[in-house]
Design a protein. Structure first.
Length: 290
């Protein structure tokens, strides 16, 4: 069997194991391997990115953003105190959550517990993910948005907001979920003037990036991939659920056609409540002027 055929065979085998929840058999060591993977799923890590931006104001040097993503409260194995403690320890200027907080109305009673302790000096911003839209009527979705707003989150649904801090300004542009075709980049930028103010774009998935290439975007923050949730030696993630992921860009920092892109690994899980080789993360992003 050729090496490329062998990789494809193992990839398909793992995809089948993941989709049929057969990890106890697929993991080395069987149940013991699954237990180790379960520990990894609970091992929250702080990942740091230091980035110099061309148009970033000198007044905002060392500006700190805490990014959370993909909490998936329906299956989350981490305590609210641990997540909030790590994010708040950064003393962030800004907090952003890039989607997939919950999957159904039954999870709404967990939102206050997990989000109310989170702090940020210049505001907290939220964009929807595909799971945030799952199983909601229009009426219940509006209730969900009101709940987030009651916790002092700015919910950006194809909308933008100007942030003012330390005598300087920049834009936060929130693109609605691309995975469910709610994204409208033109609408998201419709109230953003053609000026030199920095623009930070938030979206759950990077699958709206083609529509960003023609625009001024200083930083693009996303999630959705969970870093693959399972990464295998020589293969990487068996499941890659974005166009960029298919090109090998599924976590961390990348420069994509001139755009600074950071893809958060997320905190929770979906499909199967386990991570392998991809620990959950809170991301600390420090911005300075180039």
């Amino acid at each position: 069997m050729r090496s490329t055929d062998r990789r494809e065979f193992f990839k398909k085998t793992w995809q089948f194991a993941l989709s049929h929840k057969l990890l106890g058999f697929a993991l080395p060591g069987g149940a013991a391997g699954a237990a180790l993977a379960d520990l990894e799923t609970r091992d929250l890590k702080l990942r740091e990115l230091h980035l110099s931006l061309e148009d970033w104001p000198l007044a905002l040097n060392s500006y700190k953003i805490s990014q959370l993503s993909d909490l998936h409260l329906e299956s989350l194995q981490l305590k609210a105190e641990k997540i909030a403690g790590m994010s708040n320890s950064l003393d962030p200027d800004l907090l952003v959550i890039t989607g997939d907080l919950i999957s159904s109305r039954g999870d709404m009673n967990k939102v206050v517990q997990f989000l109310s302790p989170l702090k940020a000096k210049d505001g907290k911003y939220f964009v929807m993910g595909n799971n945030d839209y799952a199983h909601f009527s229009h009426t219940l979705f509006k209730r969900y948005v009101r709940l987030l707003e009651s916790l002092d989150f700015h919910v950006l649904i194809n909308a933008a907001a100007k942030v003012k801090s330390r005598g300087a300004e920049f834009w936060i542009v929130g693109v609605d979920d691309p995975a469910t075709a709610h994204d409208d980049v033109d609408l998201s930028f419709s109230k953003v003037p053609e000026d030199n103010l920095p623009r930070i774009v938030l979206a759950h998935s990077t699958d709206c990036i083609d529509d960003l290439y023609s625009r001024k975007v200083d930083l693009f923050l996303a999630g959705h991939t969970h870093g693959g949730q399972v990464q295998l030696p020589f293969i990487g993630p068996p499941i890659r659920n974005t166009l960029l992921a298919e090109e090998g860009i599924y976590e961390g920092y990348h420069k994509v056609n001139g755009i600074n892109v950071y893809i958060n690994r997320g905190i929770g899980t979906s499909g199967i409540p386990i991570r392998i080789g991809v620990k959950p993360e809170v991301t600390s992003i420090t911005l300075t002027s180039k």
